[in-house]
Design a binder for this molecule. Structure first.
Ligand code: HEC
Length: 74
């Protein structure tokens, strides 16, 4: 999975754990995946929704991580 994420360019914006920081001390560009797991881990519908987001990208008008990351959409 980690190799796939590297080969797919995901780690440009995402870290695995929450330690990652964005440029100039800003919040990270995308949420750390451990934070994603914490947020959706108990939601049985999350897998389908997250797969759709990864395949299609996310909408800056419906940001799920507003204020928590410096990127507005994926
Ligand atoms: C250009 C930067 C960028 C790249 C590259 C990127 N992401 Fe993201 N990703 C983001 C941002 C920004 C968000 C937060 C979007 C939001 O607030 O809804 C995000 C959110 C997510 C989420 C959570 C979605 C949600 O609904 O909460 C997952 C899972 C994710 N990314 C996986 C991936 C994977 C897998 C890849 C590689 C195939 C990838 N990302 C590549 C910027 C990126």
């Amino acid at each position: 999975m980690i190799n796939l994420a590297h080969q797919s360019g995901c780690v440009t914006c995402h870290a695995i754990s929450g330690a990652g920081k964005g440029p100039n001390g800003l919040k990270p560009i995308g949420p750390a995946w451990q934070d994603v797991a914490r947020k959706y881990g108990r939601d049985p519908d999350a897998k389908a929704a997250l797969v759709t987001t990864v395949l299609n990208g996310s909408s800056s008008y419906q940001s799920h991580w507003k204020g928590e990351v410096s990127g507005v959409a994926m």
